[in-house]
Design a protein around this ligand. Sequence first.
Ligand SMILES: Cc1cc2nc3c(=O)[nH]c(=O)nc-3n(C[C@H](O)[C@H](O)[C@H](O)COP(=O)(O)OP(=O)(O)OC[C@H]3O[C@@H](n4cnc5c(N)ncnc54)[C@H](O)[C@@H]3O)c2cc1C
Ligand SMILES: NC(=O)c1ccc[n+]([C@@H]2O[C@H](COP(=O)([O-])OP(=O)(O)OC[C@H]3O[C@@H](n4cnc5c(N)ncnc54)[C@H](O)[C@@H]3O)[C@@H](O)[C@H]2O)c1
Length: 449
Amino acid sequence: MNTTYDMIVIGTGVAGSTVATKAQKAGLEVAIVDERQYGGTCPQRGCDPKKVMAGISKIVDDAKRVKGLGLDGDVTLNWKDLQAFKKKFTEPVPEGTEEKFNSLGIRRYHGTASFLDPHTLKIGEHNVTAKYIVIATGAKPADLPFEGFEHLVTSDQFLEMEELPDRLLFVGGGYISFEFAQLAARLGKDVLIVHRGRNVLENHDFEMTNKLIEHTKDLGVEIHTNTEVTKVTKLDSGYKIDVKKFNHEHALKADMVFHGAGRAPNIEHLELANAGIEFSKQGIKVNENQQSLPHPHIYAAGDCADTVLPPLTPAAGEEGTRLVSHILDDKPMAPVQKPVPSIVFTYPVLASVGLSQQEAREKNIPYESESKTITKFFTYQRTKEPGAYVKILLNPSTGEILGAHFLSSEAEHLVNIFALAIQQGLTKHDLKSVLWGYPTAESDIPSFF
Ligand SMILES: Cc1cc2nc3c(=O)[nH]c(=O)nc-3n(C[C@H](O)[C@H](O)[C@H](O)COP(=O)(O)OP(=O)(O)OC[C@H]3O[C@@H](n4cnc5c(N)ncnc54)[C@H](O)[C@@H]3O)c2cc1C
Ligand SMILES: NC(=O)c1ccc[n+]([C@@H]2O[C@H](COP(=O)([O-])OP(=O)(O)OC[C@H]3O[C@@H](n4cnc5c(N)ncnc54)[C@H](O)[C@@H]3O)[C@@H](O)[C@H]2O)c1
């Protein structure tokens, strides 16, 4: 059966949903398709369920620290109840998403979409043509080039596990490993992170990640850097993990091996060659309007697109919004210049925006750096929070904020204020002149400089 629309969107995550909703509301006749349940990664298998779990785990940590200061009794983390609570957020997502599309009049398809030619998609029995085709297929755990890779447990699988085993080894020292490794450690598990690079969480300021490593080690997590996993072998009980540190090889053991070694664009099933669409390892190649090469009527947004923005939820929304603006306004889009906050939901939370010190040095950007331990501030004293730390990079001649890095319970909030400051070109004097409500984490800002 052949059907034609103004636009067909592949993927119902943040990028695809943003595009479909905005385009339909603007008067286009839109169809959307997904091969999994509607809603995409963030609310079902990513940010939201992860944050529900990290949030409870933070409350338990706080409660343990203030025991005897007005709070009595013991609190402990419980995986089964955490799972059940998380499901209250994730389970309504598919139906809610479909209802929203339905109420807007967006036509819904279920199945894997693939290109037959630059204007036609095959979805099961249907051949669908459209004036505009939008690829928003997200990312998936990257294939890793070592024997036994199939034994690795992904974040999707981890979030559904009924029970966690006792010894967990995390391959890779990025966002996903740190967030899940800390959770497992707080649940009393033996946890090891094996990271092949010299620095974990490579996009963050190294002074800050070194401090996060210390906090993570305090939870009992072992962290091996400069160490690459080369093979995983299933044993009668658990797994043997061969690793290589420089030229030395040795083996480790664990009951579960977790894939925290990166995600790759999910474009394998699209049959891009049938439409001649260009792509790289980073995803579908697009110009600043999010148009694919060489077909201006085929767009891509979100984790599947090779763009300057990182694979994060706000970036997926931004790219989707830009794409629809381009279609509706028919004008070239200006380059993206917004700073993107990056938050690791460990505890303490690590949050950064703008320039890191190593980046400033590499690019020869003049900077002045202000950093300090802020545990003695009232904000952190009242909950006995250890290790709160802030680091700000400034333009030495104007005082303009170039980068801001936080490690504390308040980091995820402070970073957004500094994102606004960087976007608006504000200086430290601007931030010092605000009458911040007191006592709050924000009222500490004038004392950061
Ligand atoms: C564990 C985890 C935690 C995360 N935490 C955070 C966080 O705290 N903050 C943050 O900003 N980001 C976080 N992210 C990243 C964030 O989830 C992604 O950047 C975001 O969800 C990408 O949205 P998207 O719309 O590009 O793709 P997705 O949400 O992945 O949507 C793509 C959709 O396309 C569908 N699809 C794929 N191929 C086809 C096909 N051929 N045919 C039909 N349908 C197809 C998929 O089934 C999927 O539903 C996290 C990611 C993970 C995995
Ligand atoms: N809080 C958040 O915003 C959040 C949370 C989770 C995921 N995400 C998004 O998802 C993306 C993927 O996250 P991720 O943590 O999987 O990847 P990542 O790219 O952050 O880190 C993976 C690390 O694993 C290392 N590695 C790869 N192969 C290895 C091997 N064989 N042995 C040892 N180490 C190895 C890599 O060098 C890399 O540094 C992130 O880049 C981020 O955009 C964001």
